[in-house]
Design a protein around this ligand. Structure first.
Ligand SMILES: [Cu+2]
Length: 314
């Protein structure tokens, strides 16, 4: 009987301890996954922190994030340091006696109100300045209408790229590998689930404005290295801008960040940043292809308004 009781006790305590270990393991795994996904996604992240990014906005956000981080570290060191010191120094076993005479101190209350207010103002000023900068889409040099669908993106260029219009969907290599029993090891697919057939092409050193909307559910366009993330909502047009620093040309990757249905995880974003000259060449190439694609249709349907062609060349 005593053995049974012991077993019962064992059964009662083990799952409890196991649950704690499982929860801790899950938390560590979750943090690890977040770090790894951020590292895999962002070109300028070390996997543990926000990416510094390649735009003035992303750098501003990073600076603000670090400022708030160090303020939090300072507060934590001060508060926990004082608490731990007081607990060790003034413990009962050392003969400490509680001071029951100090019940109210106006000066202490004034101090612990004013100091947090100063800290909040120090954080609020750059934060407000940053939000105003993010919302300021004036003087943009290139506008692109971005329409989200389950589960792809449509990019329609305005301004210099007027008429360029294409869909951007998950790259075939990723799409094949993600199928159940595909037999393809995702680890062998370059940029697995982070590659598309037709990336968004933009020039560096140019203020690019995106006009975001959706044709079905809420999606969100996010490229961490640009410090750019905004919802694409059916019936609304949201604005978003970024200006990639000259010299930072390259491929930048992001994802849809609003749970938008079954294939939410399969609509990545890829932005190909080119020098203004290379971008100009790309636009000319696209327009030539567009003209070529529209010519037979125009001849066949004389008198009909020209139709926008889906471009397949990059
Ligand atoms: Cu989506």
């Amino acid at each position: 009987m005593s053995v049974n009781r012991g077993d019962d006790k064992h059964r009662r305590t083990q799952p409890h301890r196991g649950a704690w270990f499982r929860a801790l393991g899950l938390a560590v795994f979750g943090v690890g996954c977040l770090g790894l996904s951020a590292g895999a996604l962002a070109n300028t992240s070390n996997g543990y922190n926000l990416p510094v990014g390649v735009t003035s906005l992303s750098k501003m956000m990073y600076a603000l994030h670090m400022e708030v981080f160090w303020i939090c570290v300072g507060i934590a060191v001060l508060v926990f340091g004082t608490m731990i010191y007081a607990m060790v120094k003034f413990r009962r076993s050392q003969g400490a006696v509680a001071d029951t005479t100090m019940l109210h101190s106006t000066s202490v209350e004034v101090i612990w109100t004013i100091i947090p207010v100063i800290i909040l103002v120090v954080m609020a000023v750059p934060a407000a300045r940053g939000i105003l900068a993010m919302e300021d889409t004036r003087n943009s040099e290139l506008s692109i209408r971005v329409t989200a669908y389950q589960w792809k993106w449509q990019y329609q260029y305005l301004d210099a790229g007027e008429g360029i219009n294409f869909f951007s969907t998950l790259a075939q290599s990723s799409n094949f590998a993600r199928q159940l029993h595909s037999g393809i090891d995702p680890a062998t697919v370059p940029n697995y689930l982070l590659d598309v057939d037709h990336p968004l092409v933009i020039p560096s050193g140019t203020k690019v404005r995106l006009l975001l909307t959706s044709e079905d559910v809420i999606h969100a366009w996010w490229v961490p290295d640009f410090g750019a993330k905004r919802s694409a909502i059916p019936g609304f047009v949201n604005e978003l801008w970024f200006k990639v620093d000259p010299g930072k040309e390259g491929i930048y990757r992001g994802q849809c960040t609003s749970l938008c249905g079954r294939d939410h995880g399969f609509m990545p974003i890829v932005v190909d940043v080119r020098t203004p000259d290379d971008f100009k060449k790309w636009v000319e190439q696209q327009k030539a292809a567009l003209k070529q694609a529209a010519a037979p249709a125009g001849a066949a349907q004389a008198g009909q308004p020209p139709r926008t062609a889906q471009l397949l060349t990059n």
